[in-house]
Design a protein around this ligand. Structure first.
Ligand code: GUN
Length: 286
């Protein structure tokens, strides 16, 4: 039976560290690290996520600057706000919650961010730094995945690692971070032939496909570490991952639960990135 990787507990520990680092920053520079959150429109899931990010900021001593814009906001208006936030000295991180309403281009908005304030790690400059393996802001969910892997103590160097899902937000950056740790990485997606047999080769398995129960227990190699990034709400209201937890946990050595695995880590890493951005901006290096 697999050991559970308790994302809630790890996230709590990281938030505690960030609280100390934010206090230290405040003491040294006379102001708290600041995060601006931008929510456009009224998507209820996005509103919930943004609210939890704002609450988390308050708990660790990061100043939160909330912006809520109506659905009909134009690109010009949104780019105007980004420009203003780029210039503000009390704002060290800018988070534009995705997805944006369909008439707005997320790519254009992200490219307009000051890369030093791109705490989501999605700006082309930060993605380029990730590809090159030089320091920069990394996307939050992949950082959370790596932190959970580190907590298992399982060595990544040389290990066969399989990532299922090639999104810009999770799959691709996670594959690069695993590569940076010297894993032997296979990146799978919806067109991968015989996904089951590729997944069976994984000592380290990260699933971020957005398809409930996609990975069945008999696909999981005995003794593998399984990180399930999926959060899917069933019609019954139940939240389940992309991995069939019950059958997979019978074979894995370590597995994340859903909820309570990767989910809480994303916000914790956003807070860590905000303090990192503040330090790099104020103390140099970025
Ligand atoms: N929407 C879903 N996940 C994320 C995330 O990590 N960052 C942003 N900005 N939007 C999201």
């Amino acid at each position: 039976m697999a050991q559970l990787i308790d994302g809630k507990a790890v996230a709590r520990e990281i938030r505690e560290q960030v609280r100390n680092e934010a206090a230290e920053f405040h003491a040294r520079h006379g102001r708290a690290p600041g995060l601006a959150t931008v929510l456009v429109g009224s998507d209820p899931a996005s509103a919930t996520y943004v609210r939890s990010k704002r609450r988390a900021c308050a708990e660790v001593g990061i100043a939160s600057f909330p912006f809520e814009l109506p659905e009909e906001t134009t690109m010009r208006e949104l780019l105007g706000l980004v420009d203003e936030l780029n210039r503000r000295e009390d704002v060290h991180g800018i988070l534009v919650q995705l997805p944006l309403p369909s008439h707005l281009s997320a790519q254009t908005v992200i490219a307009a961010l000051d890369p030093r304030k791109d705490v989501d790690g999605l700006h082309p400059v930060n993605q380029g730094k990730l590809l090159q393996g030089v320091p920069g802001l990394r996307p939050c969910t992949p950082l959370g995945v790596m932190e959970l892997l580190a907590r298992t103590g399982v060595p990544l160097a040389g290990a066969p690692a399989v990532v299922v899902g090639r999104s810009t937000l999770v799959g691709k950056p996670t594959a690069l971070l695993l590569l940076e740790c010297h894993a032997t990485v296979t990146l799978c997606h919806s067109r991968t032939r015989d996904l089951a047999s590729v997944v069976r080769s994984a000592e380290v398995l990260v699933v971020a496909a957005g398809r409930p129960g996609l990975v069945r227990g008999d696909w999981v190699r005995t003794g593998a570490v399984v990180i399930d990034v999926g959060i899917n709400r069933l019609p019954s209201g139940e939240l389940i991952g992309d991995v069939d937890f019950h059958t997979a946990s019978a074979r894995a050595a370590w597995i994340t639960p859903v909820p309570g695995g990767v989910g809480p880590m994303t916000v914790a890493m956003l807070l860590r990135n905000t303090v990192q951005a503040a330090r790099w901006i104020v103390e140099g290096q970025a």
